[in-house]
Write a protein that binds this ligand. Structure first.
Ligand SMILES: Cc1cn([C@H]2C[C@H](O)[C@@H](COP(=O)(O)OP(=O)(O)OP(=O)(O)O)O2)c(=O)[nH]c1=O
Length: 205
């Protein structure tokens, strides 16, 4: 079983993803990917997040001189009525997203991929969580946008932050909404011999 920071690389700029992995004592290094998050017409949300997760992992793994053996990529989207909501481009789009989510149920899909460069093998999965929002007033939406929190979040909210005031309940994985379905990822990492949880409990990077 391998578990060293030089072996495992998180191909992500998301501080949430790093924080989740750190919390369970996984050793890894961080190298953000440069993949553009395009949509393909007709692609399912599961297919979308799996494809981008794998592309992120493989892009970082393919860089000349990049150390490491196992590369983790991940992608999160919010889905409302079969429409994919990514990160809002600006505050106007953030407000429109929050208005459309108000008082309704939506899905959060997170994908992850673990690419084993040594064996040229990649496993990609997608996980869905149902999220139920309270009704939001225009004043709620304006005040939340003024916090700056929606800017870099799929669907323009963060369940782990101030955005918790909007979430009545969820069905499914909480960490999946934050951006990385931790239990499923740990299963995959262990199966591939990439890492095991609590190898470095309480470790701070
Ligand atoms: C719904 C939701 C999303 N998010 C975040 C997780 C992701 O960081 C972000 C979705 O954007 P992503 O494109 O999945 O990830 P990213 O651009 O932040 O990082 P990278 O591509 O380098 O891995 O939304 C939350 O933090 N909380 C939430 O409740």
């Amino acid at each position: 079983m391998t578990d060293s920071a030089s072996q495992l690389v998180l191909a992500s700029a998301s501080p949430r993803r790093s924080e989740l992995l750190e919390r369970v004592g996984i050793s890894f290094s961080v190298v953000p990917s440069n993949i553009s998050e395009d949509e393909i017409a007709g692609e399912s949300p599961a297919g979308h997040v799996r494809r981008l997760s794998e592309a992120k992992a493989r892009e970082v793994a393919g860089r000349p001189g990049q150390p490491g053996r196992f590369f983790i990529g991940s992608d999160t989207v919010v889905v409302l009525d079969d429409r994919i909501l990514g990160k809002p481009a600006d505050e106007i789009e953030a407000a429109a997203m929050l208005r459309s989510l108000s008082g309704r149920q939506h899905q959060v899909w997170s994908g992850y991929a673990v690419y084993d460069r040594e064996r040229n093998r990649c496993e990609a999965e997608a996980v869905c969580t149902e999220v139920f929002f309270r009704e939001l007033s225009e004043a709620d939406i304006a005040a939340y946008i003024a916090t700056g929190e929606p800017a870099d979040k799929a669907g323009a909210y963060a369940i782990q932050g101030i955005g918790t005031f909007m979430v009545r309940r969820i069905e499914g994985s909480y960490t999946n909404v934050v951006g990385l379905p931790l239990c499923e990822l740990l299963d995959t990492l262990q199966r591939m011999g990439a890492a095991r949880p609590l190898a470095n409990p309480g470790r701070q990077r």
